[in-house]
Design a protein around this ligand. Structure first.
Ligand code: HEM
Length: 416
């Protein structure tokens, strides 16, 4: 029986906040181990790294999610008692509802709606001196996501609603004002969407069958009951807010096109699947989710290490995506690597790993990839622009992060 390597610390929460994304990676390297124990938020935590750790983390026999997502994250990012915190049959049943709106046809409808937004925004960008890409793309995403879900969005509220969705994501690794902005944004957005659910149910708002608003409003849990109005709002938002969050990956995609212009040429050359390799590498290279949490269902032993019932376990997402044993030259941006990637469920885990239906892997991963591909095709083929001098640095200490300037472009011209 081996004891898990332990970090000597009373509590490392402050260090986690100060160090940000590389916090876990540094310690795995220091211990030269894919498992170690530390203390965070005043409790003992076991940290796992790499594909074997991920395979264990996603084994429902050993781990559950109930009690693993901190309240401060539920009160900002996900909403309380959402899918992310559910287990077993109840989770599978709710997940089926989410996955039912992820058909190819449904994603194609989203892309068509997004394409119309991209076109409208570009027309506007041609008249502007400078365009802060992140700010504009979050509006494109918000309009597209609302239209796709069936949620009416008044012209006058686009910026405010998009801001709230961004603030909720922005709060996940924050303390102080950024955290509180996220809390207030959650309250506002839930109130808004709860009213939409009410209107769908009482017939004041007609939404087509198959749209997410219809699907969520009329979904029945395992006990045959409709979700209560607030819960339905939480879950409908769990289909809108993360689409707005794709604005971060799109901003990173623009940064990659700027930092590594050779790939713009490769994309323009029309090489088959190249845009897909490019967006996969953006999802690997640039930081988004730092780690994920679960709790041990019972005492058990794994590879000689003893886990205790109820123990909090973290999976190192950022470090696994930058591990030199899995990725050749992990600090280099190289879309080509995805030409040869064999597609394990546990090594490329920017949006979680394992299975979609039986596990917690991100329900919106296919949407994310397709929406990013569309955006990259748009940024390379449909428009030309200049990138003026600005602060493009993104801090790894900030969770989540993005380029400081928001990525400013100027002299935008449509090519067509
Ligand atoms: C779960 C990341 C986009 C819906 C997750 C998880 C991560 C993640 C890390 C947790 C996986 C786990 O707990 O094991 C991201 C990132 C996105 C993104 C980085 C891109 C910006 C989306 C989109 C949607 C979505 C576009 C829906 C339209 C969900 C849902 C869950 C989830 C419903 C909970 C799944 C479950 O607990 O079974 N996402 N996501 N996400 N995501 Fe995403």
């Amino acid at each position: 029986m081996t004891n898990i390597p332990k970090e000597k610390t009373l509590d490392s929460s402050v260090k986690l906040l100060l160090e940000g994304f590389p916090f876990l990676q540094r310690r795995f390297r220091k211990f030269n181990s894919d498992i170690f124990e530390t203390r965070l938020l005043l409790q003992k935590v076991v940290c796992l790294h790499g594909p074997e750790g991920a395979a264990l983390f996603y084994d429902n026999e050993y781990f559950k999610r109930n009690g693993a997502v901190p309240k401060r994250v539920q009160k900002t990012l996900t909403g309380e008692n959402a899918l992310h915190t559910m287990d077993d049959a109840a989770h599978r049943h709710r997940k089926e509802m989410f996955m039912s709106v992820m058909s190819q046809e449904s994603i194609k409808r989203l892309l068509d709606l997004m394409a119309a937004q991209w076109q409208a925004y570009t027309l506007e960008w041609e008249t502007m001196d400078r365009v802060v890409l992140f700010d504009e793309v979050r509006e494109i995403m918000c309009r597209g996501a609302c239209a796709w879900t069936g949620v009416p969005l008044k012209e006058s509220e686009v910026s405010k609603r998009a801001d709230d969705f961004v603030a909720r994501v922005d709060a996940f690794g924050a303390v102080g004002p950024r955290h509180w902005r996220g809390r207030f944004a959650r309250i506002r957005s839930e109130k808004w969407i709860a009213r939409i659910i009410e209107q769908v149910r009482n017939g004041e708002l007609q939404v087509q069958e198959g749209t997410p608003a219809h699907t969520v409003a009329w979904h029945r849990d395992l006990n045959g009951e409709l979700l209560d109005q607030h819960m339905a709002a939480v879950e409908l938002i769990n289909l809108i807010r993360p689409i707005v969050a794709i604005a971060r990956y799109i901003t990173f995609s623009a940064l990659a096109l700027h930092q590594f212009p050779v790939y713009r040429q490769r994309i323009l050359a029309g090489e088959e699947n190249y845009v897909e390799y490019f967006v996969q590498e953006v999802r690997r290279y640039y930081p988004f989710a730092p780690f994920l949490g679960a709790r041990a269902r019972s005492d058990f032993e794994w590879q000689g290490y003893e886990f205790e019932e109820g123990q909090l376990v973290l999976l190192d997402v950022y470090g696994t995506l930058h591990d030199e044993r899995l990725w050749e030259r992990p600090t280099a941006f190289s879309p080509e690597r995805f030409k040869y990637w064999k597609g394990s469920k546990f090594d490329f885990i920017p949006q979680g790993g394992g299975d979609y239906d039986s596990g917690h892997r991100c329900a919106g991963e296919w949407i994310t990839i397709e929406v990013m591909k569309q955006a990259v095709a748009f940024l390379t083929e449909a428009i030309e622009y200049r990138v003026p001098n600005q602060d493009l640095h993104y801090s790894l200490r900030r969770m989540p992060t993005y380029p400081k300037s928001g990525f400013v472009i100027s002299n935008v011209r449509r090519t067509g």
